[in-house]
Design a protein around this ligand. Structure first.
Ligand code: FE2
Ligand code: FE2
Length: 469
């Protein structure tokens, strides 16, 4: 799970680099702190930086974009069709894409169907429907909630009165919402008094049974091969069960590994002492040896996570050719996030870095009970609703984190707990890990729930959780 935030103050970061004889420019320091990621700090220790003895702001930006690789040989970036950049213009394109896609989804709701743009709503006054991105949230002196909503060319203040039940709803920065209410033009500038808000959300529906024999897609995550805490025995047991004559094992057709498949290197400070294998190529080779034992007619899909050797910023590309070449033919590789269609069912897979952000924002959510955070993601139809937290995202023309199509199954990982739920007919899982409690988790008082494979029947609503301990 969870990047240790050992470097959560400037002094700590400066001291760390000082001890390695490296100077950090003020701009670089700001960028590191802005991203708030401990892992970024150790990943900056590339051979180029060590030999130059200096970290510039550009180095940090390049790292977030994935251009600096601690191990050049295996961190060959495969951008595929993902066009990326990092100028202000690129960020604007990303937010415009997010707004356009989510507006389209919101307008499919029977309540709102059509909306005015903010400019017209301000001019017309009276009862209006608008769609806006939340760019600021505050509370007025009198206890009302005040939002700033923006569309592509205007912004407006939106007031949710303290006695309106909507005020209790969780509203997040950067989310796109539909708002219905009355525009008052009496104040200094027009404001909308909110009556109701409309989220893109998931339309309610039942899971259909086809009446056919079960076909299972199984989900496992966070294997962390290469770590001393990788649970080899449990993993072996799972593979021998897949090879057994058990009826459910025979019906397993797809297996999904949703990221952090190896422990990687340089992901957090002092990781070396937790590793059994220090070379990522060795780690992937060992994983490949395990996966070779899975029958060839099982389709295996492997996605990267924040421990894998691709760039940290999402969307994460496929593994490099060097890594892919280590695996047998029936293993397919996915970027993170990705939506697969299996037997006519949409299976959306996301490693889950944003769950670290969501768990802090969603009341009642915690690492043991991550369902509330997963459902908050589905309600907002966005895999990382708040921009700029602990989830680095690369700007591009298209926002790949918008949940454009309603999935039948939503698979996440990263947290190392195990949680299965159903939100309006979308079955979801936070997939279990194959790593026992790490020192960091002990320190955080978090106990993982390891070695569980979750199997979804693609022909009915049935789910099987099999524990291999
Ligand atoms: Fe993990
Ligand atoms: Fe992770």
């Amino acid at each position: 799970m969870i990047n240790p935030r050992a470097f959560n103050n400037k002094e700590g970061v400066l001291e760390f680099f000082q001890s390695k004889g490296i100077l950090v420019s003020p701009g670089a320091l700001e960028s590191i702190m802005e991203k708030g990621m401990g892992s970024l700090v150790t990943r900056l220790l590339s051979p180029e930086i060590i030999s130059s003895g200096y970290i510039s702001e550009g180095d940090v930006i390049k790292l977030i974009r994935g251009d600096i690789a601690p191990d050049k040989e295996i961190k060959e970036i495969n951008f595929d069709d993902i066009r990326t950049g990092s100028s202000i213009d690129d960020f604007q394109k990303l937010f415009r894409s997010r707004y356009d896609k989510l507006k389209k989804i919101i307008l499919m709701s029977s309540k709102i169907r059509s909306a005015s743009d903010i400019k017209n709503a301000k001019r017309s006054g009276g009862y209006v429907k608008i769609v806006g991105m939340v760019t600021d949230i505050s509370e007025t002196k009198n206890g009302h909630k005040r939002l700033i909503l923006e569309d592509l060319d205007e912004s407006i203040e939106a007031i949710i009165m303290k006695d309106n039940p909507v005020k209790k709803e969780l509203i997040l920065n950067d989310e796109v919402i539909g708002v219905m209410g009355s525009v008052s033009t009496t104040g200094k500038s027009p404001a909308i008094f909110v009556k109701e808000i409309i989220r893109p959300d998931i339309p309610d529906r039942a899971i259909q049974s086809t009446g056919k024999e079960p076909i299972y897609v199984a989900s496992i995550s966070d294997i962390h091969v290469g770590s001393k805490t990788f649970l080899k025995d449990g993993f072996r047991k799972m593979i021998s069960w897949i090879n057994s004559s058990d009826e459910d094992a025979q019906r397993l057709k797809y297996l999904i590994l949703s990221g952090d498949v190896v422990d990687g290197i340089g992901v957090y400070p002092g990781q070396d002492k937790d590793l059994e294998y220090l070379n990522p190529i060795d780690q992937y080779s060992i994983l490949s040896d395990y996966l070779r034992e899975i029958p060839e007619d099982v389709h295996v899909y492997v996605m990267p996570g924040n421990h894998d050797t691709v760039r940290l910023a999402e969307p994460q590309p496929l593994f490099s050719n060097a890594v892919r070449g280590l695996f047998p033919k029936n293993i397919k590789f996915l970027p993170n996030p990705y939506s697969l269609t299996l037997e006519d069912k949409k299976v959306m897979i996301y490693h889950g870095m944003s769950l670290n952000d969501m768990v802090e924002l969603v009341p009642g959510a915690n690492f043991e009970s991550i369902g509330g955070a997963i459902e908050a993601i589905l309600q907002r139809r966005h895999l990382s609703p708040v921009y700029g937290g602990k989830t680095p995202i690369i700007p591009s023309d298209t926002d790949y984190h918008v949940i454009e199509e309603v999935p039948d199954i939503f698979i996440t990982g990263h947290i190392h707990s195990h949680y299965v739920g159903n939100y309006k007919g979308v079955r979801y899982v936070n997939s279990s890990t194959w790593q026992s409690q790490t020192d960091y988790q002990k320190m955080m008082n978090f106990a993982p729930d390891p070695c569980i494979m979750t199997m979804f029947d693609l022909n009915s609503a049935s789910i099987i959780n099999k524990k291999f301990i």
